[in-house]
Design a protein around this ligand. Sequence first.
Ligand code: ASP
Ligand code: MG
Length: 462
Amino acid sequence: MSKTVVKFGGSNLKCKEDIGRIIQVVRNYKQPVVIVVSAFFGVTNYLIEALEKSRLDENVSKNTVSYLLNLKRETLEVHIQDNLVIEKILFDIGVLLDELGRYLQGIALTGDASPALEDHVLAYGERISAVFLSGILNFAGIETKVAFPESIGLITDGDFGTASVNFVRSTSLVREALSHDLVYVVPGFYGVSQEGKTTLFGRGGSDYSAAAIARCTGAPSLDIWKDVNGFMSADPKAVDNPVQIKNLTYNEAAELAYFGAKILHPRTVEPLSAPHIPIRIFNINGETVVDKPLSIVSAEKTISMGIVKSVTSSQEFGILKLKGSGVGAKPGILAKVTTALHHAGINISSVLTSQISINILLAKKDLSTAYALVSAIELSVVGRVQIIEDIAVLATVGNGIAENYGVAARIFTALAKNGINVVMSCSGASPIVSYFLVAADDCINAVRAIHEEFFEIIIKTI
Ligand code: ASP
Ligand code: MG
């Protein structure tokens, strides 16, 4: 029987007490598991900053090394009552930090870093937390071994910053490498190209690492431990009485993640949906028992009473608008624009067009670059290129949205009753999503209005 793959994220690695809960969870599995771990909370951001600053300042290297070496010393001292063991773990972390320090010095000397070097440097957060966690678990009597992606054969397509796993090459290597009867701790966030270069899976990519490993090993489930209650009918920070969503299909989970739910990385379901490996989500601050997941993402299709299972919102998108009286009829505009965006590595989240305007939904962080690129293209029928930033994207997700009439009508009516204007909307791009844009200021009220419309009866019946 292959091992369950268990993922602990940065939010499970915030404070000293978190480690005690992780030890308890791993014990509760009763059998060896494969652990995939993220960097400590905030460390990837810290490394991104260190990398940028080291281009200009040679002192960044030694400051980074000493900060990271001391970051979790206290936690080690709380959980390990043996100085020699602590020193050994710090020595192993020190070896990694020594390498990191030399890379940062190299960047300071040349003032430059290639995409390959950037990926290699940013993965140190995960490498360090894997060594740290393995050491702590060993001391707690759980036999573990660190399994670096480069030593287990987690091979990617080689795309720096946005890699995907090459399952044809990786599956048997990874399966074999993780087959012994002990707990493995794998640093998430990266794999290696066929040439052995570190390639990152993108921000938040440890979920995808864990999913890829679960697929390679044919795990019975991927268990993701969070510090929140799994998938809910809406963000608990926005509404008073969110409902727990126990069952979701892979597609529902992927769409919710795409439109802003922070529970899973949007790519987590990719490797798991074909082999039907379920994703089980737990809250580490709740019960640490391993047989009561809060949400289960699987192939099993359930339809919620009001069709809509969850409403999510995001203010991380903006619109690039191309206006002109004939943009809808002129062939080739989108081809030119999307090619330019593609070459700049900018991902397009959605496109909504009409005769007089083309609206391209992009991540807010990419808007100004996209604006500069598109403005520079010779497009005779485009009179004006415009950026719209102060919007929120709301998505309602649920199996059955496309097959049942009345969902969009209920959404629009609920918003109208609350005086909220819909700036743009789209249904049918996916059979399980209706999404729309409102002014950023209306975001919370819009989430509340829709949640009330679809969940009030359910809440009252509960
Ligand atoms: N540490 C990485 C990040 O912050 C990967 C992850 O947390 O999943 O993006
Ligand atoms: Mg994370």
